[in-house]
Structures are given as C-alpha cells and as structure tokens.
Write a protein that binds this ligand. Sequence first.
Ligand SMILES: Cc1ncc(COP(=O)(O)O)c(C=O)c1O
Length: 390
Amino acid sequence: MFSLRTPKQMQQNRISKLIENRNRLEIVNLTESNPTQVGFDYNIDFITSSLTRPESIFYEPDPKGLLEARESVCNYYKARKVKVELDNIFLTASTSEAYTFLFKLLADPGEQVLVPIPSYPLFEHLAQAETIKAVPYNLYYDGDWHIDIYSIKKAINSSVKAIIIVSPNNPTGSCLKKDELDQIIEICLEHQIALISDEVFSDYTYQESEQRVKTIAEVDQILSFTMSGLSKVAGLPQIKLGWVVVNGPSNIATEAMLRLEFIADLFLSVSTPVQHAARSLFESVSHIQTQIKERVLSNRTWLQSQLGKESVCSLLSAEAGWYSIIQVPNVMTEEEMILQILEQENVLIHPGYFFDFASEGWLITSLIVEQEKFKEAMGRILSRAELWLK
Ligand SMILES: Cc1ncc(COP(=O)(O)O)c(C=O)c1O
C-alpha cells in the first residue's frame, strides 16, 4: 500500500455530505467570500490586457520579485503613509504561501507558532502541512473584541517561534490596538519570538480609530513580518500575488531576508506576467474596493436593522472586514442548526465552530453577497431562529 498523509480538513462532515446530495445551484451561499463570484464590476479589459505585456516573454527571475512589482507594493504603503523599504519586500503567490515560507524560515518540525482563535481556520492546516504546530491563544468579546494577552503569555514556551496576529481578523472584524501591540512586542523581545501580521483586510475598516494599529510594517524593535495580497486588496484571488514585508533590528532582519530569499528561490512561484501587471493591478484597487465597501456596509446596516432589541439574535460589533457574527439561541448544536437551515431554507452559512469559537451559538455570514440575495436568505434564517424559541 502506498502511504499518504491525510490532512484533517479532508475528512468529510455531515454538512459537506448534505451539500453534495443537493442541487448546489439552488443553495444560497452566505459563506461566499470569493469577490469574483458576487457580481462586482471589474475593469475586465484593463486587467486582462495588463497580463499580456510583451516583456513577460522574458524570464529574468528574482527570488524577491521583480523590482517594478515591488515598487508597486512600496507605493501601496506610501499612499497609506507607511514607510516600507523596497529591499524588505518579498513577493509571493498568495498570503497562504507567505505563511508557509515564514513557517519554513522560523520553525523546525514539531516547533510551534501561536495563532488567534476565533479566526480563519487556515493556520492549523498550513502549519500541519509544514509539520509544525499551531497553538491557539484567545480573543475575547465584552462588547468589543480584545486579544487575551494572558493567554499568549500562558502559551509561550521554548518551542514557540512566532506569534501570528490577524488584523483585521476574520471573522471577528477586530483590529490590533496600540496597547496590545506594545504588550506583544514586549513578549516577543523577552522570548526572542518573531511577530507575523496578516493584514489582508486592512483596507476594509468601517471607521477611523486612534487606538488601532494600521499596520506593523514599521515595527523594527523585533523581527516582524507583515503580509497582504491582491486577493483581498484588489479583489483578485485568482491573480495570485501576495507579499511579505520584513522588518527588525538590522542584523537579524538581514539574516532573515537572506534565508527567506533562499526559500523563495526554491519556488520562484510568482509568474512573470503577474509581476509585470502589478502596477496596473494596483491601479484597479479603488474601483473594486469602493464596490466591496459599499456592499459590506449595506449588508451590515441591513442586518443591524433586523437585529434590534426584539430579535432573539444579536449582531456582534466589528471594526472591519467582510463578515458578520450573529449570536443565535443556543437551543441545538451548531451542526444541527446549519443542517436545518440548509435542508429547510436552502441556505448555507458558517457555524462558529468552523472558526474555532470556544462555545456554540454563532452563525457567521459573508457580507459581500449581493444585497437582495443576502436580505432574502438572511431573512429566512432570522425567521427560523424566532421559531427555535417557541
Ligand atoms: C485572514 C486571511 N488571511 C489570508 C487569507 C488568504 O489569502 P490569499 O488568497 O492571499 O492566500 C484569507 C482568505 O480568506 C484570510 O481570510
């Protein structure tokens, strides 16, 4: 028998089995987070023609990424008044790939990285694929979301090589605060641990805030890695262009960059046409972000209007992102709830456990679904939730 590793996520669950047995086209998908599938207007000619530049026929690879493309990333930060050195930027095919590069750089098999919960359930699987361990620390909610710094301190041991922050976090929509960053930097300094910040949703904040950390790209007291990509920034996940900004005390940052360059050189995974297209792709950002922001705001405002004092459900506060969390009556398991909604209403929505919530009673919806579809499907879920308490 050939031997194959089975990633945990490949095990089928009751929800995926039920979806398989139904007509997928009839299901309203409130988990949809692919911006290319929800009716946004893309500058199709502009984007596709940027990918067919004649110079793309020549292969002149640079493990960090072509200078012109890295300049575009630099300018992206400059427009946000953030100073990033061209030399400290590494292009990757996606943020997910950037995670794997950083795991290769920072941790040996069996070593650990700290990851927030609840959060996007990607880290555990990426870590597993790199044979390292994602160890959770907690976020808690008291009307707003906070990082439980004590749970980070408790999780620290000599095997921990990095702390991962997701800001804004998916799905809580919470952002790193200045006082939280100060405490985390202190921990990183004390234990000589790197800080990784996933900022893919940083352009999608709902309001300005003085306490919020915009980015950690300028943090240089510790070894820091800031990640983002066009998947969310330009609503173009299929383009496959992400990046990492490396920062830190000069000796360790230089050494980290040398080693990261070696890892990137093993793959050279960002295609040349994409790199030549980068400048144009960044120019398309405001056109798509305006539409995404309008959609998110409209769906969230509608949801808020439906979840007043009389409702049995409530909406958790959020500062940013493409998702909303709804607290529902905890009268059955989340799995039963999701199955019932799927079976009776033909609507697919995420359970809290998908994002590792510590307790049950949460539904997570995408906010980028077309407004009419969103209202209709969510309306049916909320009416059903009223029945659960009767
Ligand atoms: C927080 C977060 N990080 C990273 C990713 C993956 O981004 P990419 O498409 O660049 O791999 C996602 C995708 O939804 C995400 O939610």
